[in-house]
Design a protein around this ligand. Structure first.
Ligand SMILES: C[S@@+](CC[C@H](N)C(=O)[O-])C[C@H]1O[C@@H](n2cnc3c(N)ncnc32)[C@H](O)[C@@H]1O
Length: 263
């Protein structure tokens, strides 16, 4: 795996390459029924197929997807400031998904929980319509100062962003029920389940919930990992999947994006 651009660099050490064997999915002799086994190998549940598995490398494809779209200089500078401040922004693939979701939903009102240095906000704002307003919350005033600098560099009109400095648990209860088209959860993991519950209150029908780090450094998929953040994110994935009010999907972009539409 060869990766050249800066923002991906740190990711390489987190996401080690693994090889998957994927049975062919079309043609008459396709094996009926496959099951994902521990270690990521797609195993046949029937012995009828005589075809050799097609070797694939999901880590390579993931890295290719992350590099698929180049990032603007404004985003790269925001990443540098985020690194200096010690807050981790969404990875490029996750940013691209945020932008495409915003472009599809055309939200007039978005809530972001966890501004950081503004990387995810830049992606959201690029996809949102010109009259859409991003309300972004962060407990660290210094992070929001960096984000505002990024917004200015991107020539984003000040009326398009509402930055609220404070603990999300204090700010969210003050926001209007059903008043938002999209909510991104990307702050402290300890309170992430509470943020998701608040997001469901804030979203209108048809609105979109997004939770970043839903695969949390590949630990969520490994049942042996039971540290606090992993357990919280795994439990959020389970509760979103079982919530009849939601139409969910778990995307492997970035560090995992849990996306769900409010019915
Ligand atoms: C992962 S960073 C956000 C990155 C940002 N979404 C991006 O992609 O550019 C998490 C942010 O959550 C903020 N944060 C942590 N605890 C918080 C809390 N209780 N309330 C609000 N923000 C909090 C941190 O200050 C940090 O800026």
């Amino acid at each position: 795996m060869r990766l050249t651009r800066g923002p991906i660099g740190p990711v390489r050490s987190i996401f080690a390459a693994r090889t998957f064997a994927v049975p062919r999915t079309c043609g008459r002799s396709r094996t009926r029924g496959t099951a994902l086994t521990r270690g990521g190998r797609l195993g046949a549940t029937s012995r009828r197929s005589t075809e050799a598995p097609i070797p694939t490398d999901k880590a390579l494809s993931w890295a290719y997807s992350e590099e698929y779209l180049p990032e603007s200089d404004v985003v790269l500078r925001a990443r540098d400031r985020a690194a200096q401040l010690g807050c981790t922004p969404v990875l490029p693939g996750a940013g691209a998904v945020l932008r495409v979701l915003a472009a599809a939903v055309q939200p007039r009102a978005v809530v972001e929980i966890g501004t950081g240095a503004g990387v995810s906000a830049l992606y959201l704002l690029e996809g949102m319509p010109e009259d859409g307003v991003l309300t972004t919350i962060d407990v660290e005033a210094e992070h929001q100062r960096a984000a505002k600098l990024a917004f200015a560099e991107a020539s984003i009109r000040p009326t398009r962003t509402r930055t609220i400095s404070g603990r999300a648990s204090d700010v969210l209860p003050r926001l209007t029920d059903g008043g938002y088209d999209m909510v991104l959860v990307d702050a402290d993991k300890e309170s992430a389940a509470y943020y998701v519950a608040q997001a469901l209150r804030l979203l209108r029908r048809g609105g979109v919930l997004v939770v970043d780090n839903a695969l949390w450094h590949d630990r969520v998929a490994d049942p042996a990992r039971r540290d606090e953040a992993t357990t919280i994110l795994r439990e959020i994935g389970r509760s979103v999947r079982e919530d009849d009010r939601l139409v969910p999907a778990l995307l492997p972009s970035g560090d995992g994006l849990l996306v769900a539409v409010r019915r």
